[in-house]
Design a protein around this ligand. Structure first.
Ligand code: CA
Length: 393
């Protein structure tokens, strides 16, 4: 079954070819300079023709290269906005960039394997590729939780900086290597929302006994503050919230939450998403399949993952602001910020949970040290750049 991704705006990465060099320089150009430029233009034209010739040759070569067909299993329902549709777009993009030499067929959660078996399926090679989020593998690799999202941790932009220019990606690849899995970042949701509550949270005492769906480290923080934490897959959230099985839930943000209809099941919509301030998504690749790829296909996969990271984050930012307006303007949702005292308690408890996780195994210790060191430095820069700028915009 073919899935056509929605039309995508050009994110502005393509070079501006609408002006020739002559047009940019203007009409006062000297004759000698114009001749030189025309000469250069002719040379550039010859180079383009030569490159086209090489491309044609390579094209005929590549037609003889084996065409690979890979399976991609995902932790998301097929076409779930953002995460699921983003995974499909990544698969399509790799096929397009490789001119069909590497074609990826996507399987949504439960179509080939259940969501939480994605990592093992890629590790064993039953599927060559997977798309998910690292904190799903905490039972197998506790340190993976630092690569999903960290409560009160780095934003999407800061996390990407740590991964690409702070040694984070190498650490991430290091903990998956013993499992025969290669990994790249492949998406980010940006800051999530705090979630939907059927009773107001005026102080941290109101968290006691609260039945809430919240996974991962955020769930552990809530549990320590007295909440009754319940884990549910996304598909069961609406019914559980509307029937009172749970009093509250976090999911992702306005775009996804509106799609789920959560505004019909709870009264208050709290922010910010302290539990997931910038959740990174991941592309998993079976190590043997990865090592068998020629270098140019490896480059295509790597760069497609980088491009989808930018793409998914950009789409979340755009769709979230539209959906928030719909939730408030059309559905009368009551937006509330968590009180300072609640955020302070959540932050204090998060630090304790992270410290204990870092002491639980050597990988977690090493990764948390790297994460903390990067955060310590980058927050100084963020405070003096985006933070103060945004306060005064
Ligand atoms: Ca979430």
């Amino acid at each position: 079954m073919q899935h056509k991704p929605p039309a995508q705006p050009d994110p502005g990465l393509s070079a501006d070819s609408s002006h020739s060099p002559d047009q940019r320089i203007g009409p006062n150009i000297s004759t000698r300079r114009r001749q030189l430029l025309q000469g250069a233009g002719a040379m550039a034209g010859a180079a383009v023709l030569a490159a086209c010739g090489q491309q044609a040759e390579r094209g005929s070569d590549s037609a003889e290269q084996p065409r690979r067909r890979w399976k991609m299993v995902t932790t998301w329902p097929r076409d779930l906005p953002g995460v699921g549709s983003g995974a499909q777009r990544l698969a399509d993009r790799i096929g397009e960039l490789s001119n069909g030499r590497l074609q990826i067929e996507l399987y949504g959660a439960g179509e080939l394997v259940p969501a939480f078996e994605v990592f093992d399926t890629v590790s064993s090679g039953t599927a060559e590729m997977g798309h998910g989020a690292a904190y799903y593998w905490k039972g197998k690799i506790p340190a993976s939780q630092f690569f999903g999202s960290v409560p009160f941790g780095m934003t999407a932009a800061e996390t990407t900086s740590w991964l690409y220019y702070g040694g984070g990606l190498e650490l991430w690849q290091g903990i998956y290597r013993p499992h025969g899995v290669q990994v790249f970042a492949a998406g980010n949701t940006g800051v999530q929302m705090g979630g939907w509550y059927n009773r107001p949270i005026d102080s941290s005492a109101d968290l006691r006994g609260l039945k809430i769906r919240i996974p991962g480290l955020g769930g552990e923080v809530m549990r320590r503050l007295g909440a009754n934490v319940i884990n549910l897959p996304g598909s069961e959230i609406f019914t559980a919230l509307s029937t009172g099985v749970i009093d509250a839930t976090e999911w992702i943000g306005p775009w996804n939450d509106l799609t789920f209809g959560l505004h019909q099941a709870a009264q208050y919509y709290y922010y910010p998403g302290w539990q997931e301030p910038g959740s990174t998504l991941e592309c998993l690749i079976n190590a043997k399949a990865w090592n068998e790829l020629p270098a140019n296909l490896q480059a295509i996969v790597r760069i497609a993952c980088q491009s989808i990271t930018l793409d998914i984050h950009a789409e979340y930012t755009s769709r979230n602001q539209q959906a928030l307006q719909t939730l408030v303007g059309e559905h009368g949702v009551e937006l509330r910020q968590f009180p300072e005292q609640v955020l302070a308690e959540l932050r204090k408890t998060s630090a304790q949970v992270l410290q204990e996780l870092s002491e639980s195994d050597p990988d977690s210790a090493e990764i948390y040290a790297s994460y903390q060191a990067f955060l310590r430095n980058v927050r100084e820069w963020t405070a003096k750049s985006e933070q103060v700028y945004l306060q005064h915009r």
